[in-house]
Write a protein that binds this ligand. Structure first.
Ligand SMILES: [Zn+2]
Length: 205
C-alpha cells in the first residue's frame, strides 16, 4: 500500500472518523507546510514518553503537568474525595469539570457490549472494585456516580456495575447513583454542554 492509502487507513481507525474524513486529513497534510507535518509526526512520536496514566483514576496526563504517579485532580487535596464519578473515557472528564463538579473520577475505559462474556477484559471493572473497596474501607467514600452514556451499551454497563457494586455498597455503606435523565437518549457526556451535565448531576438518583 502507498503512503497516502496507509495514512488514510490509520486515520480511519481514530474514533468517529470515516473513510471520507480520513482522506480529507491526508489531503490537508499534503497541502499544508512541511513544518506542520514534521511537528505532528514529532508530537505523535513523543506522546508515549511524554504522557503517563494516573495510577488512581487511569486518566492520561502530560508528565510535566503533575509530579509523581497521580494526575493533577487525584493529587489535589482540595477535591472532594467522598464522591467518585465513574466515566467512560478521558474526554468526559474535561467536560464534567466544566460543569463545576469537584469530586474525584475513575475512567472505566469504555462500555460493555451486549452478550460480552468476560467484560473485565474490555473495561476496568476489577480496578474499579479495588479502588472503591480501598476508598470505602478508609471511610472516604459516600457516593459513587455512574456517568455512562444513555445508550443500550451504556444501560447494559450500568446494570452490570450496579450488580457488582451492590454488595460493596451495602457492606461499606456508600450510595450508588446514576446521572439524571437531563441527558437525552443516546447522548454522551463528551458532547453534553456543562449546564446539561450540572442539571443531570442535580437530578441524579
Ligand atoms: Zn488521577
Amino acid at each position: 500500500m502507498d503512503s497516502i492509502s496507509r495514512l488514510a487507513a490509520l486515520f480511519e481507525k481514530l474514533p468517529g472518523i470515516g473513510p471520507r474524513q480520513a482522506r480529507r486529513f491526508v489531503q490537508y497534510l499534503l497541502s499544508t507546510s512541511p513544518g506542520v507535518r514534521t511537528e505532528l509526526a514529532d508530537l505523535i512520536k513523543r506522546l508515549g514518553a511524554d504522557s503517563r496514566q494516573c495510577v488512581k483514576c487511569y486518566r492520561w496526563y502530560a508528565k510535566n503537568s503533575s509530579a509523581g504517579e497521580l494526575c493533577s485532580i487525584c493529587a489535589n487535596p482540595a477535591r472532594e474525595a467522598a464522591i467518585l464519578f465513574v466515566v467512560e473515557k478521558d474526554a468526559d472528564i474535561e467536560n464534567v469539570e466544566r460543569s463545576g463538579f469537584r469530586g474525584m473520577y475513575f475512567v472505566l475505559g469504555g462500555t460493555i457490549a451486549l452478550a460480552t462474556e468476560e467484560p473485565e477484559k474490555f473495561v476496568r471493572i476489577r480496578e474499579l472494585m479495588r479502588r472503591v473497596e480501598e476508598d470505602a474501607s478508609q471511610l472516604l467514600l459516600n457516593e459513587l456516580i455512574l456517568g455512562l452514556s444513555a445508550t443500550t451499551e451504556g444501560d447494559h454497563t450500568r446494570e452490570i456495575l450496579m450488580e457488582k457494586l451492590r454488595p460493596l455498597s451495602e457492606g461499606l455503606n456508600f450510595r450508588v447513583s446514576s446521572l439524571g435523565r437531563g441527558l437525552s437518549t443516546g447522548s454522551e457526556l463528551e458532547y453534553a454542554d456543562p449546564d446539561t451535565i450540572a442539571q443531570a448531576l442535580g437530578n441524579r438518583h
